[in-house]
Design a protein around this ligand. Structure first.
Ligand code: EPU
Length: 335
C-alpha cells in the first residue's frame, strides 16, 4: 500500500538522527497525494511534509503522517524575450535542479548551487546564499489545500517572503506545495558581490552561470560538511537581526563583530562569529558537535540523537545571550 507504517526517518534527513514516523508516504503525483489524504486510516492524525530533510531536526518520534512529495517534473512552460518560465515539481532535488539549469545554460539560480533539499522546501523556507534568495526567481507556487481538496495557485506576492521565511511557515502552513514556477532571466547577469564570491573572481567577471556555480560549489565545500559524510542541517541558527543602536553598542565592545547594516535602522549580525566569540567553535557534547570549520553548523558526529543536538544548541543560545544579549533563533524546524 502507499502508506507505510513505523518508518525510520534518519535516512530521509541530513542530520541523520533516529526518529520514527507512525505513517509515511511518498506520493509521485497529485492523484497519489489526494488518495493519501483521503485515506481514513490517517485522516485524523497530525501531518508533516518532509522535503529533502535538510532543514529539520527530529528530537522524538512523529506520531502522525509524514508526507514526502516525489513529484519531480521539470517543464519549460513559456518564454518571452526576457525570461524562461520553468515549472518544477516540489519533490525534485534542489541542487540537481540547479545543476540541470546550469548545464542547459539557463542562468538565474546558479548562486544557489549545492544547497541541499527539495524544490518545495526551497520555496517554503526561502533559501538564500551568496547574494540571492530564491523568492527573487519565483513567479507562482501551486499547492494542494488539504482542507478543501483544491489546487490553489499563489502568486509570489501572496507568499510574504522574507529572510528564511514565508507564509508557508505560518498561516499557510497546511498547504502542500506541488510545484514552483520560476522566472529565469535569459540574460546572464552575474551576481558576485558577496565577499567570498567576489574574491574568487578578483577583477574578472564570470562569463557563464557555470563559472559562478563552480565558484559557489568550491566555497560551500570549504565551509559546509557534505551531509553524506557528516550529518547537519547547514546553518543551525539564523543570523539575528538587531537594531543599529544595539549593533553599535556591540561594536564598541568588540570592533571585530561581523555586522551588516539593513534598511530601517536595523542590522544583521553573523551568528557564526558570535558563536566563535564565545569559544564554542569545534566544541563537542556527547555525539553532537559544532563544526570546526564553521561555528554556525551543528553536526551529528555519529550516533547523535536529536535531543543531544538540541541540548548543544540551547547551550550555545544561552552563552551568546549571556555574553552579547542576543537571542539566536534556530533555522531548522524542530520536531
Ligand atoms: N564567521 C565566523 N566564524 C565562523 C563562521 C562564520 O567568524 O565560525 C563569520 C565569517 O567570517 C563571516 C561571517 O561570519 O564574516 C558570515 O559567514 P558566511 O559568509 O559563511 O555566511 P553565514 O552568515 O555564516 C549565511 C547563510 C548560509 C549561506 C551563506 C552564504 C544563514 C543562517 N546562513 O551564512 O546558508 O550559505 O550565508 O550566503 O543565513 C543555511 O541557511 O543553511 C546556509 C548554509
Amino acid at each position: 500500500m502507499m502508506i507505510r507504517q513505523n518508518v525510520e526517518l534518519a535516512p530521509y534527513t541530513t542530520f541523520g538522527v533516529p526518529a520514527k514516523a507512525r505513517f509515511f508516504a511518498e506520493p509521485e503525483s497529485l492523484d497519489e497525494l489526494s488518495a493519501i489524504l483521503n485515506d481514513p486510516a490517517t485522516a485524523s492524525v497530525p501531518r508533516l511534509v518532509l522535503g529533502g530533510g535538510s532543514n529539520i531536526l527530529f528530537t522524538q518520534d512523529f506520531d502522525g503522517l509524514v508526507i514526502r512529495p516525489r513529484m519531480r517534473e521539470i517543464e519549460l512552460e513559456d518564454e518571452n524575450d526576457e525570461f524562461r518560465f520553468v515549472r518544477v515539481g516540489a519533490g525534485a532535488d534542489w541542487s540537481e535542479t540547479v545543476a540541470d539549469f546550469v548545464a542547459r545554460d539557463w542562468p538565474g539560480l546558479e548562486n544557489l548551487s549545492l544547497v541541499p533539499g527539495s524544490v518545495g522546501g526551497a520555496a517554503v523556507q526561502n533559501i538564500g546564499a551568496y547574494g540571492l534568495e530564491v523568492a527573487e526567481r519565483i513567479v507562482e507556487i501551486q499547492c494542494l489545500d488539504p482542507e478543501s481538496g483544491r489546487v490553489v495557485e499563489l502568486g509570489v506576492d501572496e507568499c510574504d517572503y522574507a529572510y528564511r521565511t514565508s507564509a508557508f511557515k505560518r498561516e499557510k502552513k497546511s498547504l502542500i506545495v506541488l510545484s514552483v514556477l520560476f522566472a529565469l532571466p535569459k540574460r546572464f547577469e552575474p551576481r558576485v558581490s558577496y565577499k567570498e564570491l567576489a574574491a574568487a573572481f578578483g577583477d574578472r567577471q564570470p562569463r557563464s552561470a557555470a563559472e559562478v556555480a563552480e565558484a559557489v560549489i568550491a566555497i560551500r565545500k570549504r565551509k559546509l560538511p557534505d551531509p553524506r559524510e557528516l550529518g547537519s542541517a547547514g546553518s543551525f541558527f539564523k543570523n539575528p537581526v538587531v537594531t543599529r543602536v544595539k549593533m553599535n553598542f556591540l561594536l564598541d565592545d568588540d570592533p571585530r563583530l561581523v555586522a551588516y547594516p539593513l534598511a530601517g535602522g536595523r542590522a544583521k549580525l553573523a551568528a557564526g562569529w558570535l558563536i566563535e566569540a564565545v569559544g564554542m567553535k569545534g566544541m563537542r557534547e556527547g555525539n553532537a558537535g559544532v563544526y570546526p570549520k564553521n561555528a554556525l553548523v551543528l553536526v551529528n558526529c555519529g550516533g547523535a540523537t536529536g535531543a543531544e543536538v538540541l541540548a548543544l544548541a540551547q547551550k550555545i543560545q544561552s552563552a551568546v545571550k549571556k555574553r552579547f544579549g542576543v537571542q539566536l533563533e534556530p533555522e531548522p524546524v524542530i520536531v
